[in-house]
Design a protein around this ligand. Structure first.
Ligand code: ADP
Length: 597
C-alpha cells in the first residue's frame, strides 16, 4: 500500500518536474536557436550583397572583357582576403572561368557548372544567383552567390563568391546543443555534428526518398508530438535520452534551423525529484507513523491510567469502608476503654484507700495500745481526782484533772490525724509542709516504733520546706515507706530509721533510709511493680510501693530506690519545691484555686 502510494507520488513528482524542466529547457533552447539562426542568416546576408557590388567595378568588367587571367586572379585573391569569402571567381557568359583565387583542384568553380547551375541560371536571367554547394569530401558545405557583370546591354560574364559554412559550424560548435540547418530537401547543410553533414534530417523525408529509416547514419529515429515541442530520439542512439527538437524557418534561404537539446539533464532532474518525493514520502510517513505510534501509546497510557485510577478508587472505597468499620470499632473500643479506665480509676482509688486502711490496720494494735495507756491513766487519775475531791484536796484533784485533759488532748490529736488520714485523697496540688507530714506519720507510727525499739532520726535543717503535693497522699506514701521499713527490720538489732529533707535547686528531696537488710539487686527492679512482694501470704499484697510510685508520679515528682549508707534501703522522693515557684502564676492557682486533700 505504502509502496504503491510512494510510487504514485514519485511518478507525479517526476511528471511535474519533467514538465517544468522541459519548459525551462525549451525556453533556453528557443533563445539559443534564435541567436544561432540569426547568426547564420546574417552571415550569409553579409556576402549576398558582395557580388552585385563587385559587378559594378570597372576593373572586374575589364578582367572579364579582356580575359585577364592573372589580374583576375590577383583581384579575386584580394577580394577573398578582404571579405573572408572562401572563393571568388570570374566567369565568362559561356561558362569559361577567367580567374579564381584558388588553384583548380581546390576550386568549386573548377568542379563544373553542374554544382552551381541553378545559381548560374538565375544570374543569366539578371538576378542574384544563389546556391548551396555540398562538399564532396565530407567537409563543410558552401554557399555560392553569383551576380551578372553587365554594362549597358553588354554582358561580360559573372562574378561568383563562395562562402564556406564552416565558420557558422565553428560558432555552433560552442553550443552544447546539437544544431542543424537543413535545406528544403531536408539535407543537412550546416551542423555542429560533423557526421550529420549531408544526411537527411527526418524519417518522413528519408522514406520519401526511398531509403528506410534507421538504415542510414541518419539523424532522426522517431518523433513525439508534444504540446510545444517535439521529442525525438536520435539515430544512432547517442544515449538513451530523448532530445527536444525545436525548429525555426529561414524563409529567405528556404532553410530550417533545427536545435536538438539533450533532455538527459531533465530526466536526471526528474529522477532526482522522484527520489526526493520518495524520500519525503518515507520521511513523512515515518513521521506520521511515529506520531500515530505516539498517539497510540498515549491513548494506551491514558487507558492504563484510567484503569489504574479506577482500581485505585475502588481500593480507596474499600479501604475507606474498612477504615470506617475500623473507626467505628475503635470508637467503640475507646468508649469501652474509657469506661474501663473510669472503673480502673475508681478501683485504684479504692485500692489506695484500702492500702491506706491496711497500713492503719497493721498499726491498729500499736495505736490501740497508745490509746489504752492514756485511757488507763485517765481512769486512774479520774479515780484519784474523785478521792481527792471527796477528801477536800481539790488543788491536788485539779492537778490530776489537768493531766487527764492533757492526755485527752493527745488522744484527740491522734484521732484527728487518723480521721484526716482515713479521708479520701483529693487530686489537686498545693503547698504542703514536709515537717508537718513527717510529724503526722511519726505520731501514727510512733507506737509501733516504740514497740520495736526503733531509733528515729529526722534530719531537717529547714522545717519550713513546702512541696507541691497533697497532705494525705504524701503522708500515705511516707506511712507506707515507714511500714515497709519496720517490716524489714523486724529481726534487726538496733533498728534505725533516718528521714532527711533537703532542698536541691528547685526541688525538695526526702530520703527515707533504714539499716535493715535492704533490697537485693535482683529484685530491686521489680519492687515498684504491682503485686510484687517478698512477704509471706497474708503479710503483704505487693501493692504498697506501686501505689506510692503512682501517687508521687501524680504529684509530678519521682520515687526511686537506692542503697542506703546505713546498710538498708533508701527511698528517695523528689517533689517540686513550692517556694521555688513563688512569683509563678502557678502559685496563685495553688493558693486560691485549689482545695487540698
Ligand atoms: P508489701 O509490703 O505488701 O510486700 P510493697 O510494694 O510495699 O508490698 O513492697 C514490695 C517489696 O519491697 C516488699 O515485699 C519488700 O521485699 C521490698 N521492700 C520494701 N521496702 C523495703 C525495705 N525498707 N527494706 C527491704 N525491703 C523492702
Amino acid at each position: 500500500m505504502f509502496v504503491l502510494f510512494a510510487l504514485i507520488v514519485a511518478w507525479v513528482a517526476m511528471k511535474l518536474s519533467s514538465q517544468f524542466y522541459m519548459a525551462d529547457l525549451q525556453l533556453r533552447s528557443q533563445a539559443t536557436l534564435s541567436v544561432q539562426a540569426a547568426g547564420l542568416e546574417k552571415y550569409l546576408d553579409k556576402y549576398r550583397l558582395l557580388p552585385p557590388l563587385l559587378a559594378q567595378r570597372s576593373d572586374i568588367v575589364r578582367i572579364l572583357a579582356d580575359n585577364e587571367h592573372e589580374r583576375g586572379q590577383n583581384v579575386a585573391k584580394v577580394i577573398a582576403g578582404m571579405s573572408g569569402a572562401q572563393e571568388v571567381w570570374f566567369q565568362k557568359p559561356e561558362g569559361e572561368i577567367v580567374a579564381s583565387n584558388l588553384i583548380e583542384h581546390a576550386s568549386v568553380a573548377g568542379l563544373g557548372v553542374s554544382s552551381y547551375g541553378d545559381a548560374l541560371q538565375a544570374a543569366r536571367q539578371g538576378r542574384l544567383g544563389r546556391q548551396l554547394v555540398l562538399s564532396r569530401n565530407g567537409g563543410a558545405a558552401s554557399y555560392v552567390f553569383i551576380a551578372p557583370v553587365r554594362q549597358g546591354e553588354q554582358d561580360y560574364g559573372f562574378i561568383a563568391v563562395r562562402v564556406s559554412l564552416e565558420e557558422v559550424e565553428q560558432n555552433w560548435a560552442l553550443s552544447k546543443d546539437r544544431l542543424v540547418a537543413v535545406d528544403q530537401n531536408g539535407i543537412v547543410v550546416a551542423t555542429n555534428q560533423a557526421s550529420w553533414r549531408g544526411e537527411r534530417l527526418d524519417a518522413e523525408r528519408t522514406a520519401r526518398n526511398g531509403r528506410a529509416a534507421g538504415e542510414q547514419n541518419g539523424v532522426i529515429d522517431r518523433r513525439w508530438e508534444d504540446q510545444d515541442f517535439q521529442l525525438v530520439r536520435l539515430n544512432p542512439p547517442l544515449n538513451k535520452t530523448n532530445f527536444q527538437m525545436i525548429e525555426q524557418d529561414l524563409p529567405v534561404l528556404n532553410w530550417q534551423v533545427v536545435l536538438f537539446a539533450d533532455t538527459a539533464q531533465v530526466r536526471q532532474q526528474a529522477i532526482w525529484a522522484a527520489l526526493v518525493a520518495v524520500l519525503l514520502c518515507v520521511v513523512s510517513s515515518g513521521l506520521f507513523w511515529m506520531a500515530g505510534e505516539r498517539r497510540r501509546r498515549l491513548l494506551e497510557r491514558m487507558r492504563q491510567d484510567k484503569d489504574y485510577a479506577e482500581r485505585l478508587e475502588a481500593r480507596v472505597h474499600e479501604r475507606t469502608r474498612e477504615l470506617s468499620t475500623m473507626n467505628a470499632l475503635l470508637a467503640q473500643e475507646v468508649r469501652e476503654r474509657e469506661v474501663a479506665e473510669k472503673e480502673l480509676q475508681h478501683a485504684q482509688a479504692g485500692l489506695v484507700q484500702s492500702a491506706k486502711l491496711a497500713t492503719l490496720g497493721e498499726m491498729s494494735a500499736a495505736i490501740s495500745h497508745e490509746f489504752n495507756q492514756p485511757l488507763g491513766a485517765i481512769r486512774t487519775h479520774s479515780e484519784n481526782a474523785q478521792v481527792l475531791i471527796e477528801s477536800g484536796k481539790s488543788d491536788r484533784a485539779l492537778k490530776s484533772l489537768g493531766k487527764i485533759v492533757a492526755m485527752v488532748e493527745r488522744m484527740a490529736a491522734i484521732s484527728q490525724i487518723l480521721k484526716g488520714f482515713t479521708r479520701k485523697a483529693g487530686r489537686d496540688l498545693m503547698p504542703v509542709k514536709v515537717s508537718a507530714v513527717i510529724d503526722e506519720v511519726l505520731m501514727l507510727t510512733g507506737p509501733r516504733c516504740k514497740q520495736m525499739g526503733v531509733n528515729l532520726e529526722v534530719v531537717q535543717d529547714d522545717k519550713s520546706i513546702e512541696v507541691l503535693a497533697g497532705q494525705v497522699r504524701l503522708s500515705q506514701v511516707l506511712m507506707n515507706l515507714m511500714g515497709n521499713a519496720l517490716d524489714a527490720m523486724k529481726a534487726q538489732d538496733g533498728p534505725l530509721i533516718r528521714i532527711s529533707v533537703l532542698r536541691e535547686e528547685q526541688q525538695a528531696v526526702i530520703r527515707f533510709e533504714d539499716n535493715g537488710p535492704g533490697v537485693p539487686d535482683n529484685v530491686a527492679a521489680s519492687i515498684f511493680d504491682p503485686f510484687f512482694t517478698t512477704k509471706d501470704v497474708g503479710e503483704g499484697l505487693g501493692l504498697g510501693l506501686s501505689i506510692a510510685f503512682k501517687i508521687i508520679k501524680d504529684l509530678e515528682g519521682e520515687l526511686r530506690y537506692e542503697q542506703s549508707e546505713l546498710g538498708g534501703a533508701c527511698f528517695v522522693i523528689v517533689l517540686q519545691d513550692a517556694a521555688a515557684l513563688s512569683g509563678d502564676p502557678k502559685e496563685k492557682e495553688i493558693e486560691y484555686g485549689r482545695m487540698g486533700d
